[in-house]
Design a protein around this ligand. Structure first.
Ligand code: AMP
Ligand code: MG
Length: 348
């Protein structure tokens, strides 16, 4: 089925995408499911229908595996690890989880701690470990105090092969800010190996794509965080790239009557709300995912330093007052929607 623009635009978060030039209808295959709590689209360009359908089915199965294993509040590999940590026991993890934990720790270090996948206890305390958001109280100040005192970090994991234990029993791993990017990378690796001409994987507005050299088949639209139906800008991807957005508007709930977002500042234990959305374009979706979360936490003043430290060249940040700032390397690629005049965009 050819993805039509309208159907893709109904995706909820960050970005949408469609082929940038005419692709023969018969060479495109698409599937749409709900995974990772959001709509998931996979589009594969391959003239061989059997190979294409097999690649789509395999991709879906791989995405489903990560979705099932790494949910922070439903029984799976991640909750088993967290239970072992809480009980001060070692735990044997899969090679895939070991790779993700090592990658997430590297992101914690590179982001100066703004990204911290050891944040599960705090995310749970703020009420975000649930499928449906409910109003409720803020966490007890003592809970936040304990978080700041014990400072959980993936650096507190001790490894012996794939056996891992934590020196801090209050560490709870939450891969909500990383697993989608990791899953996109894994899916694109497999799709490239399948021999497809191109593919796009969109997990709730976080997307990665590749196309054979010399072609630029994917045009990505970044959603306007202030207008669910509007696009802020578009850009064309080239080669293999990921475009990942973290938005403080994506998941939120009322805590003591105040709207709070699901992205938390590990330094304070509180929601990070000054940046509305942070978009990162990077060859690795896992890096882009961690980085977008980190920049949102870093906030309007600190994000350029964190981006530099993380080696990010292509970033777009939208602040609460509507101000947009892009790094020069990304700004040069953006095409502007009428809604956003060029002067509104500060370049750094
Ligand atoms: P994302 O949409 O990629 O920014 O991920 C947000 C999710 O990451 C949240 O729902 C939490 O599960 C988790 N999270 C929240 N704050 C942080 C943080 N500072 N570092 C790492 N993960 C976080
Ligand atoms: Mg993220």
């Amino acid at each position: 089925m050819r993805p039509d623009r309208r159907s893709v635009l109904t995706s909820l978060a960050g970005a949408v995408a469609w082929p940038a030039f005419a692709v023969p209808r018969e060479s495109l295959g698409q599937l749409r499911r709900a995974l990772f709590g959001s709509p998931v689209d996979v589009i594969v360009a391959d003239a061989d229908p059997r190979r294409r359908d097999a690649a789509l089915a395999r991709t879906l199965a791989d995405l489903q595996t990560i979705n099932d294993r790494w949910n922070a509040w439903k029984p799976g590999e991640l909750t088993a690890l967290n239970a072992a940590v809480a009980a001060d026991r070692p735990c044997l993890v899969s090679p895939m989880l070991a790779t993700a934990l090592r990658g997430a720790l590297a992101m914690e270090r590179a982001s100066l701690g703004c990204f911290n996948a050891g944040i599960g206890g705090l995310v749970g305390a703020w009420g975000f470990h649930a499928d449906v958001m409910r109003d409720g109280p803020r966490p007890d100040p003592r809970t936040l105090g304990r978080w700041r005192d014990t400072r959980p970090s993936l650096a507190q994991l001790r490894w012996s092969g794939r056996r891992v234990e934590s020196v801090n029993p209050s560490l709870r791993v939450d891969l909500g800010g990383y697993a989608k990017g990791f899953a996109i990378d894994a899916a694109l690796d497999a799709l490239q190996r399948s021999g497809a001409d191109g593919a796009l994987v969109n997990l709730g507005g976080n997307l990665g794509a590749f196309s054979v050299p010399g072609k630029r088949p994917w045009r990505v639209g970044l959603r306007d965080p202030f207008d669910a139906d509007g696009l802020l800008v578009t850009l064309d991807t080239g080669g293999r790239e990921a475009v990942v957005t973290s938005g403080s508007y994506e998941r939120h709930r009322l805590a003591d009557g105040e709207r709070v977002t699901h992205i938390l500042d590990p330094a304070t234990g509180r929601p990070a709300s000054a940046v509305v959305s942070a978009t990162v374009v990077h060859p690795s979706a896992a890096v882009a995912d961690a980085a977008a979360t980190a920049l949102l936490v870093a906030g309007p003043r600190r994000w350029p330093a964190v981006a530099q430290r993380m080696g990010l060249a292509q970033v777009l940040v939208v602040e609460r007052d509507g101000r947009c700032t892009a790094t020069g390397a990304l700004a040069a690629r953006l095409r502007f929607d009428a809604r956003l005049v060029r002067e509104q965009l500060r370049l750094i």
